[in-house]
Design a binder for this molecule. Structure first.
Ligand code: HEM
Ligand code: HEM
Length: 487
């Protein structure tokens, strides 16, 4: 096949990949890398959500797809959880950072081809993880079920990307750092610390539980939450085409977030068999999290102020607003759940499962979707179908409500039953209708994401409407530039 003019701008692996995919990816290697991470993430999201739906049905009909080891609930659950977190959200976050950092730094991505190669290696790791988990190969600890060789692969891939991003930032043309860059730097540094600590096989008993929750909490918080806050700080001003409301609030929010979140792991061990100081630290800092989250939410609301009408016509902005709202709801709910008197009733029930999905579907997934729409429509100037975009929004929104509301009620019912000492069999019966609703929510949720995937494929069947958004173009001012520290 002859090289097209576009592929001649690329070199090495990128040319080979471009030929393989059919000359459809964006021109710049850095955007190719970003899109490969982002769209691979969407693929894994579809797989993982479908597994979640099967799990949800199994919780109503335990014999559904019974008799097959590979499809046992105990194997599907870690496959669902790890594929959504590592396959979907981590890939989306890495893709997002590859898109955002060069634009924030006003410099082309350093060694973009390496980041592209890392994306394909990471896809191989995720595919292998589903097979190994299905075969029952697991470390057996929540959020760190993947076996050690896969952990090493994850670390290498993410560090390759981190090196490309840090080199890009080091040689940036934009002197100041915008707040999204701060959150992303924090995310990549903490990922290394917590991922290595958490996956070392050197702890036992209660010590192991403490390290497990230090890791799991901070993987969820310092990595995925940091990355999603960075995403919302990026897309919100871009979509509204205005400056951030108060840059000093962004700074306060960032430093309090960095100082407080890392100590929160202990709130997963309230009443656990660990020294009291660990849960107490977790509870105090969980309450402390109301400050950085509050600062960020005030900042986002201030930015939105006077622009609410844009929600009627701008669907990607609706995903951004939904993500921001759910960041607030999940975090304040989490601070409440950490309090001993509330945790004692809610810990073993569906309150926590609801909290997990409100956070990871309502906040981080919505933020990643908002960014993908932004990258494709604004960044790469591709036309997406308005009908499919609108259908995606409504299915996602309705599916989320059908998942969250009934399961939250189930959590309260279970908590009340536990407090009154009712027999477990009675609790099981009373929660059945809510479990039905959860399983049903999978239809709009998975259906909506299928439409989203189709819309993305459709958008790349045609050439870009015009040149992609130039790297040099960036509207919101970096934090230090704000006159007097506010708007
Ligand atoms: C920032 C404030 C937050 C606080 C204080 C907080 C607090 C908590 C608490 C107390 C628990 C329950 C522990 C238990 O009894 O088992 C929990 C669980 C959980 N939280 Fe949060 N949370 C916060 C934000 C978030 C966000 C933004 C997300 C997602 C993006 C999230 C994801 C989760 C998940 C997945 C679990 C379940 C962990 C498990 O498997 O047991 N949290 N959180
Ligand atoms: C991007 C979308 C999703 C994300 C990020 C996600 C994330 C998670 C996480 C983090 C957990 C572990 C919660 C904990 O241990 O506290 C979990 C468990 C679960 N999820 Fe999802 N999930 C998603 C979509 C879905 C969907 C669409 C369904 C089904 C309709 C579903 C059904 C389940 C079930 C049944 C469990 C196990 C609950 C249990 O053990 O009681 N999830 N999911």
């Amino acid at each position: 096949m002859q090289d097209s003019p576009r592929s001649r701008e690329l070199s090495g692996v990128a040319v080979w990949l471009n030929r393989l995919i059919g000359d459809r990816l964006p021109e710049q290697v850095q955007d190719q890398a970003a899109c490969t991470w982002l769209f691979s993430g969407v693929f894994w999201m579809l797989i993982a959500m479908s597994i979640g739906m099967i799990e949800a049905i199994k919780l109503i009909y335990p014999n559904f797809l019974g008799g097959v080891d590979v499809l046992a609930f105990g194997r599907l659950r870690p496959a669902h959880v790890n594929t959504v977190l590592f396959g979907w959200l981590t890939m989306a976050m890495v893709g997002g950072s590859l898109y955002m950092i060069p634009r924030l730094a006003r410099r082309h991505l350093y060694l973009g081809e390496l980041a592209l190669l890392a994306a394909w290696a990471y896809n191989g790791i995720t595919a292998t993880s589903i097979i190994t988990l299905a075969l029952g190969m697991t470390k057996g600890k929540e959020y760190e079920e993947w076996i050690i060789p896969l952990n090493i692969g994850v670390l290498i891939c993410l560090d390759i990307v981190a090196a490309c991003l840090i080199a890009t930032l080091a040689e940036r043309q934009e002197e100041q750092l915008y707040v999204s860059s701060w959150y992303l730097i924090l995310a990549y540094i903490s990922f290394n610390v917590v991922y290595i600590t958490g996956n070392l096989p050197s702890y036992f008993g209660a010590e192991d539980a403490s390290v497990n929750w230090f890791y799991a909490h901070n993987y969820l918080g310092m990595w995925l939450t940091s990355g999603s806050v960075a995403t919302l700080y990026y897309v919100l001003p871009k979509q509204l085409n205005k400056e951030m409301y108060a840059h000093w609030l962004a700074l306060w929010g960032f430093w309090l977030f960095a100082a407080f979140y890392i100590w929160n792991g202990g709130h997963h061990l309230v009443y656990g068999p660990v020294p009291m100081v660990i849960p107490m630290l977790g509870i105090i800092f969980a309450l402390g999290m109301t400050l950085p989250v509050g600062a960020t939410i005030i900042n986002w609301t201030g930015t939105f102020w006077g622009e609410w009408h844009q929600l009627w016509r701008n669907i990607p902005l609706r995903f951004t607003a939904l993500g921001a709202l759910n960041y607030f709801l999940t975090s304040y709910e989490g601070s409440l759940e950490a309090i001993e008197e509330i945790n004692v009733n809610q810990h073993f029930g569906d309150f926590t499962i609801t909290h997990a999905h409100l956070g990871f579907v309502g906040f981080t997934t919505a933020a990643a979707i908002a960014l993908i729409y932004h990258v494709v429509e604004i960044g790469l100037n591709r036309k997406m179908s308005p009908f499919l975009t609108s259908a995606h929004w409504w299915l996602f929104f309705i599916g989320l409500i059908i998942y969250i509301v009934p399961l939250q009620i189930a959590g309260f019912v279970e908590g009340a039953a536990w407090a009154r000492g009712l027999p477990f069999s009675q609790v099981l019966q009373s929660r059945a209708p809510y479990y039905w609703m959860r399983a049903f929510s999978g239809i709009p949720l998975v259906g909506g994401q299928l439409l989203f995937a189709w819309n993305l494929i459709w958008a790349f069947q045609f050439p870009a409407i015009s040149k992609p958004e130039p790297i040099e173009e960036w509207t919101p001012k970096p934090i230090e530039e704000a006159p007097g520290g506010s708007k």
